[in-house]
Design a binder for this molecule. Sequence first.
Ligand code: FAD
Length: 453
Amino acid sequence: PTTLLWFRRDLRLHDHPALLAARDAAGPEGDVVPVFVFDDRLYGPSGEPRRRFLLDCLTALDADLDGALVLRSGDPAEVLPGLAWEVAASSVHVSADTGPYGRRRDDAVEQALGDVPLVRTGSPYLVTPGRVTTRTGTPFQVFSPFARAWREHGWRAPAGSPDGVRWRTGVRSDAPPPAPDLGDVVLPPAGEQAALAAWAQFRDERLSGYDEGRNTPGTNGTSRLSPYLKYGCLHPRTLVADLAGEPTEAVRRYTDELAWRDFYADVLWHRPESAREYLKPELQGMGYDSGPDAEALVRAWETGRTGFPIVDAGMRQLLGEAYVHNRVRMIVASFLVKDLHQEWTRGARYFMQHLVDGDLASNQHGWQWVAGTGTDASPYYRVFNPITQGKKFDPDGAYVKRWVPELRDLDPKHVHEPWTAPGGIPAGYPEPVVDHAHERQVSLDRYARVRAG
Ligand code: FAD
């Protein structure tokens, strides 16, 4: 028999349970048709960096498949049944998609396939969303107890080697959409081999310092694997298997970050509406700013011209690398919501437009966490101070100087407060667009009001 392997967020050949399921269903004499479908409802709104990275990952995957990858464009509920009929496929294999759109789409594809089964094997997560629950079977609302139960649940060993697959060649492809020109934006190299190389380098050279390094944006302290995990160029199972037997603090911490990724996917699985709606609905009535002045402030934020160096560095990193360090994501998000009084959904949208690792679960819930509307257990309203955060996490100003050339000549002790420099704010760099202490109070007052009903 012939089977179809429909690639989505699993653009790799190793540690790929659905690939092995497609091979085994095809049997020793059968072959497997590997296909990717450009679906306008997902691909269109992706933002240029992600579209470009995805196209590059597909090129790498096709090379790893010796040119066998079939590209098709259109509604998967029409494309897959058509292709299954064309190649006489007896089953279609996928890694489960647990996001709101993916679930609806897969149900529609399953129906449209009729007698040809859609077989879901594995997911992009260590533990498939929905599997870890409290003792009474309800979903976890906060991270720490989830992470404990998640570790107790454990995960499978990596899937075996993809040897023995007979990839069918010569099946017609549609032309891929044109690759966006990103100008000066620098993306990481795409594909499974690049992902594995990036992992090996991090594991060997930087993992031991991760506990510290993860909080210093001026050093290359994190793994930078997020775009690869997003598109499944590698699976997190591969990483934790590689770390087995190394219970160091750094390894524990790194595994915890992978648990955050699983946690947010779990939250989205249980509450798909949380991609847009507040997890804490009582905060729905927070007042936000609008009008021309508010819009000008948002533009200053978007372009990295707020006059707060760590915020500007972060927003310029977003435009320059389609990536922002995690600590700085929290700082810039807090600034938009709590200093500029904009709704978190607006910042989340902007991030999704520009991030190469933009991921609905991690991004929307990361924003909700910072906005205080999400899965945060903290009983108080957290407002990041961009100046003290900058001094604490970028003490020598290396991160700011990298992204804000106007401040390169400043002594480190003035970098996060350029208005204290002996010569004043360097030419070309803006004055702070707001008074942080004042805006913080405005935010706290609005919070108190909405809490009081
Ligand atoms: P590392 O520190 O090396 O961590 C390893 C992996 O763990 C990451 O690749 C990621 O998959 C996962 N991880 C780490 N931290 C988190 C976290 N807080 N939440 C969920 N997963 C995590 N991450 C995304 O992948 N896509 C997003 O769109 C995204 N948007 C975010 C928006 C905001 C406002 C915030 C505060 C965080 C967001 N994150 C997002 C989480 C985090 O910032 C990135 O995963 C991380 O910076 C990626 O860099 P890294 O691979 O070097 O991380």
